[in-house]
Each structure stands twice: as structure tokens, then as C-alpha cells.
Design a protein around this ligand. Structure first.
Ligand code: ADE
Length: 422
């Protein structure tokens, strides 16, 4: 059988990619269990999946499960910096996935690849940031009729979907996988926490102990970064706009301050807010010499890159891989990591497989739900059913050899009765 349509950097990298995917698979026991289940049940037979996701070994393990479940799958990258060219080659050659992704492509190529993936004529869509769903609705409306639904993996994408739904623009059900406990409680917190510091350390080899790390945003991702940085011996300053999140950070013992103050004391900055211009000209103007700027939010809008360019009198590209140095007029140097894009995927390998197992198992079960009889039919943003999340957690616990209690009949009755009082 010939290879599926593709545009990847080099098919000769397929063997190396396969080794990488198999390594990731070892740390993904829940997906392995689902693959076994789906190989028999084939819940995605006849389904065409169009996916826009980070092209990583972990994503490859998920897509292999979808293939085993009977789906045809096409994949474009959700960020050109994170594409692993060897994984892309392996997906085409060993897993029969139609991949359109090469590391480092420009914006035009990025959208050309998304359009190529849409040519599959999707029944289901998998998105990570809403670029595929956005392109589908704006540029390829003729394909909308055959889409049964899809899932979205990130906070940023879910926000966009809610905006689409509020404007009546979303034409099919989208499941907010990001909102599932089995996703954000683990992936956003432990995944972003660990991989963000991993990216900063790979790019700079800086010692975190004793440094002041400023974490902008205290959602699940920000909590993860702050907790892990504290664990490495850093002093952590959190910036927030939400009073409840700021109170939470304060009660967890973090210093909370406005960015105007934090900018003067930070050695390393991490933005994880999902919003734009979090570090802007007025903050750049007061940074310490040698300050390191990293973003771990979905888009490269959190650090005002235009302002940084404007303030700089010289740019020394790649003082280390994924680290560009900007020299300001007064001689201060500012180091920008991964061009202001997701540092954990640009300068490291994204979240470890062990935590992507939870997120992607949630996605795989959601796909089977969307392909089945009891799927949601209303256009709009839907939650992952709690029973489905329980199934992911049960499989994860079983893989770790952890057992839990079961309610007795009396306990069940008690929980469902309103009559017993104090
Ligand atoms: N998002 C964050 N980490 C990831 C990974 N390892 N693979 C795919 N998507 C991710």
C-alpha cells in the first residue's frame, strides 16, 4: 500500500521517529489499554479525523490509537516550532497518518498545511488552539455539513470556541477537553510546570535556586510553574488580574505583585495568562540586566515582541539554541527564549508522555463518544462526561497499582437522600 498524502521534512527520519514514539508509548499505559479495547471494538470505523496538534511522539501515540479504532487521520502542526520532523516521518511511514508538518514553517505554510488536512473531509476534528476549527468555518464552509463534532485541547482554544458559540458561528458540537479534570488538573499543572522549567533550563542552563522567578498568571498552568519553580529553590513572584487567583497564590505563600513591581526584581519571567501584552514596553524598560523572558501561553502574544524590538539597539540571535539576546540602549541585555512562543515545546519536548497519557486518553474516549449513538448533537461547547473522565482515572490508577474504596449500599442511599438531618 502506498503512503498517505503528506508534506514532511524527510521520510528518512522515520526509523528514528518510530523509536521516539515507542519510547513515549511505554509511559502511556492508559492509551495502550484503549488501543487494545478499540482494536476489537473499532468505534471509529468510517470516521475521518482532521487534527491540528503539536507533532510530537505523544501525539503520535494518540493518533495510532485512533488508527487502531478504524479512523483515517490527517495531521497538521498547531505550532511550527514544536514539530518533531522524525515523528512526522514515522507517522506517515509506520502509522499511515497523512501528515502536513515541517519544523519552522512560516505562517503561510502553516495555514496551507491546515487546509491540506481539511481536504480529508473531516467527520471529527481535533484542535489545539482553535486554528483548524477557525479555518474550517471561515475558509472551508463547504465541509462543515459532514462534521459530527470535535474536541479542543487548550484553554486558549476553548475561549475562542465560546466566542464563536456566543456569536452563533459554531456549527457543530465541540467538546472542551481542556475543561475535563483529567486534563487540566494534570496536564496544565504538572505538564506545563515541569516542561516549562525544562525548556528554560535547556535553553539557558541557568541555576534556578536562589533566583527570582516571576510567573504571570495563576491558572492551572501558572500554579504548576510556580510550584515547580519553588521546588527548585527559586523565590516566586506571581502576577494576576483575578483577585480570587491572587488570593489563592498569596495563601499558598507566593509573593503577589503587579508586573510593574515584579519587572524590577525578576531574573526569569514566565507568562502563562492566555492574554496579550502581559510584559510590555513599560516593563521591559525596568528589567534587570540579563533578565530571561519565556512564554508558556499558547500564542506568542504575551510578551510584546514589537516593543522589545523597538527598545533594542542590537539583537544577538541564538546566543544559545532557542535563546536570542537583545541589547538595550543603556547596555542591559534581555534574553528571549523560543522567540516568545511556547517555551516548553520550542526549547524542550512539551509535556512528558506520562501526563499526556491522561489528556490524550480523555480525547480518545471523547472521539469514540462523538462517533457513537449517544453523542451530543447541539452545536456549541460541551463538557466531557464525568463518567468518561472516571474511566480515564480508573485506568490510570490501575496502571499504577493503586486501589480505591467503593461506596457501600448504605453510603449510596445516604448520598441520594435528603431526609437524614443533623
Ligand atoms: N502539549 C504540551 N505538551 C505536548 C506534547 N508532549 N505533545 C502534544 N501536545 C502537547
Amino acid at each position: 500500500m502506498g503512503l498517505p498524502p503528506h508534506d514532511v521534512a524527510d521520510l528518512a527520519l522515520a526509523d528514528a521517529g518510530r523509536t521516539r514514539v515507542e519510547w513515549a508509548e511505554r509511559a502511556m499505559p492508559v492509551l495502550r489499554a484503549l488501543r487494545e479495547r478499540f482494536t476489537d471494538a473499532r468505534p471509529l470505523a468510517g470516521v475521518n479525523v482532521a487534527a491540528c496538534m503539536h507533532v510530537t511522539a505523544e501525539t503520535a501515540v494518540l493518533l495510532a490509537v485512533l488508527r487502531a479504532a478504524g479512523a483515517e487521520v490527517a495531521l497538521a502542526a498547531s505550532n511550527p516550532l514544536s514539530t518533531q520532523d522524525d515523528t512526522a516521518a514515522a507517522l506517515v511511514q509506520a502509522y499511515g497518518v497523512s501528515v502536513f508538518a515541517r519544523a519552522g514553517v512560516d505562517r503561510e505554510e502553516y495555514y496551507r498545511h491546515i487546509n491540506a488536512v481539511l481536504d480529508i473531509g473531516p467527520t471529527l476534528v481535533f484542535d489545539d488552539g482553535c486554528d483548524l476549527v477557525g479555518t474550517l468555518h471561515t475558509e472551508r464552509p463547504e465541509l462543515l455539513g459532514s462534521v459530527r463534532g470535535g474536541c479542543e485541547q487548550t484553554t486558549t482554544g476553548v475561549l475562542r470556541l465560546h466566542q464563536m458559540a456566543a456569536e452563533g458561528a459554531l456549527t457543530f458540537p465541540m467538546v472542551a477537553v481542556n475543561e475535563a479534570d483529567t486534563k487540566h488538573m494534570f496536564d496544565n499543572r504538572y505538564g506545563t510546570g515541569q516542561s516549562t522549567l525544562d525548556g528554560i533550563m535547556r535553553a539557558t542552563n541557568t541555576l534556578l535556586a536562589g533566583k527570582t522567578i516571576v510567573v504571570a498568571g495563576f491558572g492551572y498552568c501558572g500554579k504548576g510553574v510556580a510550584e515547580r519553580a519553588r521546588g527548585m529553590g527559586a523565590r516566586v513572584v506571581v502576577t494576576e488580574v483575578d483577585p480570587v487567583a491572587a488570593l489563592d497564590a498569596t495563601m499558598q505563600g507566593f509573593t503577589v505583585a503587579p508586573m510593574s513591581v515584579a519587572a524590577q526584581v525578576g531574573d526569569v519571567f514566565v507568562t502563562v495568562t492566555g492574554n496579550r501584552d502581559v510584559i510590555r514596553a513599560e516593563h521591559l524598560a525596568v528589567l534587570k540586566d540579563g533578565a530571561i523572558l519565556a512564554n508558556s501561553g499558547h500564542f506568542d502574544v504575551e510578551i510584546d515582541l514589537a516593543a522589545l524590538d523597538e527598545l533594542a539597539v542590537r539583537r544577538n540571535p541564538e546566543v544559545r539554541p532557542q535563546a536570542d539576546e537583545y541589547v538595550l540602549a543603556d547596555g542591559r541585555r534581555v534574553v528571549l527564549l523560543a522567540e516568545g512562543r511556547l517555551v516548553n515545546l520550542g526549547a524542550a519536548e512539551g509535556h512528558p508522555a506520562g501526563v499526556m497519557d491522561m489528556s490524550f486518553s480523555t480525547q480518545a474516549l471523547t472521539a469514540a463518544w462523538l462517533a457513537g449513538e449517544d453523542r451530543p448533537s447541539e452545536p456549541g461547547v460541551h463538557d466531557v462526561p464525568y463518567g468518561l473522565q472516571g474511566e480515564v482515572a480508573r485506568l490510570a490508577l490501575a496502571s499504577m497499582g493503586v486501589e480505591i474504596d467503593v461506596l457501600t449500599a448504605e453510603q449510596q442511599d445516604y448520598l441520594h437522600s435528603w431526609k437524614p438531618g443533623s
